[in-house]
Design a binder for this molecule. Structure first.
Ligand SMILES: Cc1cc2nc3c(=O)[nH]c(=O)nc-3n(C[C@H](O)[C@H](O)[C@H](O)COP(=O)(O)OP(=O)(O)OC[C@H]3O[C@@H](n4cnc5c(N)ncnc54)[C@H](O)[C@@H]3O)c2cc1C
Length: 367
């Protein structure tokens, strides 16, 4: 049983394992990750695996470029196939949505993102069989795409272990121990671990643990549903991850079939919206449905940073549907903060301080 550590990461989702790996890769030796269940069993298990540079917030675009690069190099670096495929993302738009997408596009292009606006007929050539009803244009970005979250979790975890980090599964943290304004340990069901550093990466469950250290994390859970259709309906292998922005419907190829997702819990609720956009779905049945939790923050941007008090407490949650794709950069950033290194990527705008300083920064492209 672990009794002390230089740092404890709480939560073994994609954010926790990325952080653990980046701590170990920066030379931190005595680092431990506590996962109450099994690695990747939280929101990460439900993630579609999409990544994109098509955000409206400049911080998210910078972070996306770094993370896409990291996922592109992942197989060579960690010797594991993460199913990395740059099929692009296609946002299908109504006229009223175009102005803010055009504004975001200008920002993306100014930062080197090859996203562009495309006319409806060109957009639909990527997704044959899709109805053009109500659409005025689309945005497409060829560097966006998909990877496999489970493989990323395994890749980071194995690499962290090789560097000497310890991963303890089936052990839940119950309390963050604080003395004189500093973190001094974590209490779990199995006892206490003395540590001066805790990284809270417990997904949607982070607020309850943060409260034990007197920190209020404004994160709420929102359930999202994923439906698997066993046929591809004629959509090509390299179908972009396509989002009907007004309804929140999204779809992409998955193996021999299709994933169709959004806020609809049952095939019956999904059908009217999905069949309107993808008429061929009327003849295909949903083979399987599952769900997971989005960790929503008030402005739909991640909450990532270091507490002033208690000192030694770091947090990363509130990813509002884009935590999988941000994991490489967030892990790097947290490891730098934890080890008092100058972060290469400045993500200070994502700290909790933005709410007390009235600097909330809404991300508009939430899927
Ligand atoms: C249906 C769906 C589709 C999605 N699609 C995408 C997508 O395409 N692209 C994208 O970027 N994001 C997507 N997301 C969002 C993404 O899944 C999350 O933002 C991301 O997985 C968050 O990772 P995490 O490590 O912070 O949280 P989690 O994966 O939830 O991990 C937190 C872990 O902490 C553990 N834990 C909790 N409390 C404790 C405790 N007290 N002690 C120890 N361990 C604890 C949990 O068991 C869990 O394993 C999707 C989410 C859903 C639900």
């Amino acid at each position: 049983m672990v009794r002390s550590a230089d740092a404890v990461v709480v939560g073994g989702g994609v954010i926790g394992v990325s952080t653990l790996y980046h701590l170990a890769a920066r030379g931190a030796r005595d680092v431990v990750l506590l996962e109450r269940d099994t690695l990747g069993s939280g929101s990460t298990a439900a993630a579609a695996g999409g990544f994109r540079a098509q955000f409206s917030d400049e911080v998210n675009i910078r972070l996306a470029l770094r993370c896409i690069d990291a996922y592109q190099r992942f197989q060579a670096e960690f010797d594991i196939d993460i199913g990395f495929r740059q099929t692009g993302y296609l946002f299908l738009l109504r006229a009223e949505e175009e102005p803010h997408f055009r504004t975001a596009l200008r920002l993306q292009q100014s930062m080197g993102v090859p996203a562009r606006i495309v006319p409806v007929d060109e957009a639909l050539r990527h997704v044959p069989g899709t109805s053009p009803d109500g659409l005025s244009a689309a945005t497409y970005c060829p560097i966006d795409g998909l990877a496999t979250p489970h493989a990323v979790v395994q890749g980071y975890a194995a690499a962290a272990r090789r560097l000497g980090a310890r991963i303890v599964q089936h052990e839940a943290a119950r309390e963050i121990l604080v003395r004189d304004g500093r973190v001094v340990g974590v209490r779990s069901a199995q006892g206490e671990i003395a540590t001066p550093l805790v990284v809270l990466a417990s997904g949607v469950w982070s607020p309850e643990l943060a409260r034990t250290a007197g920190i209020d994390l404004p994160v709420t859970a929102e359930r999202r549903f994923v439906h698997y259709v066993a046929s591809d309906g004629g959509l090509p292998e390299r179908t972009p991850l396509t989002i009907d922005f007004a309804t929140g419907l999204y779809f992409h190829r998955e193996g021999a079939g299709l994933i169709v997702g959004g806020p609809w819990a049952t095939p019956e609720e999904l059908a009217p919206v999905a069949v309107q956009r993808l008429p061929f779905l009327a003849d295909l049945g949903v083979a399987n449905t599952w769900s997971g939790l989005y960790e929503m923050s008030p402005d739909h941007n991640a909450l990532v940073g270091r507490c002033d008090e208690p000192a030694g407490l770091l947090y990363a949650t509130g990813f509002s549907g884009h935590g999988f794709q941000q994991a490489p950069g967030i892990g790097e950033y947290l490891a730098d903060l934890a080890l008092d290194r100058e972060p290469e990527l400045d993500l200070s705008a994502l700290s909790l301080r933005r709410f007390t300083d009235q600097l909330s920064r809404p991300e508009l492209h939430v899927v």
